[in-house]
Design a binder for this molecule. Sequence first.
Ligand code: MN
Length: 178
Amino acid sequence: MACTRHALLPLPQFFMENIMKRLSLFTLCLLLAGVMAASSAYAAPQKQIVISGESRRSSSAPKQHFTGNVRVDPAFETQAPQRVYGSYVTFEPGARTNWHSHPLGQTLLVTFGVGLTQEWGGPVQVIRQGDVVLCPPNVKHWHGAMAENAMTHLAIGEHSEGSSVTWMESVTDEQYRY
Ligand code: MN
């Protein structure tokens, strides 16, 4: 009988046994709760996907939205319900985006070189490797390289109804001053 066995156990061992039992029951409850939460959040279970690096090809940024030579290297896309994506964008010296805005904002992580960014009505700011720029939603801005230096940033954004950017006019040589 259990109580007889317990009665014979030294006191510390008796406590340890009971704690272990409670712990394992607690762990089991946690696991069950986790499985139930996961199955309700994802009615149709999705499988993990590994996307090869080679499948993400480099491309030139479209000339109508950029000044100078700009290369885009897709970093990652995500599956619904996620909507975040990332792209490495490399600007040759003097190259820059047009003025534009993002419906859900954008995060820029400068991974190489020295560049520039400006919010409409604000000063031109120098950005260097390691700097992070937080662009709020619907704020008109541009980003690019310095005149004598290339710049690469990882641009992280989110799609809103299929769109992640609203393109506007080009940044003139007058505006491209620092
Ligand atoms: Mn932007």
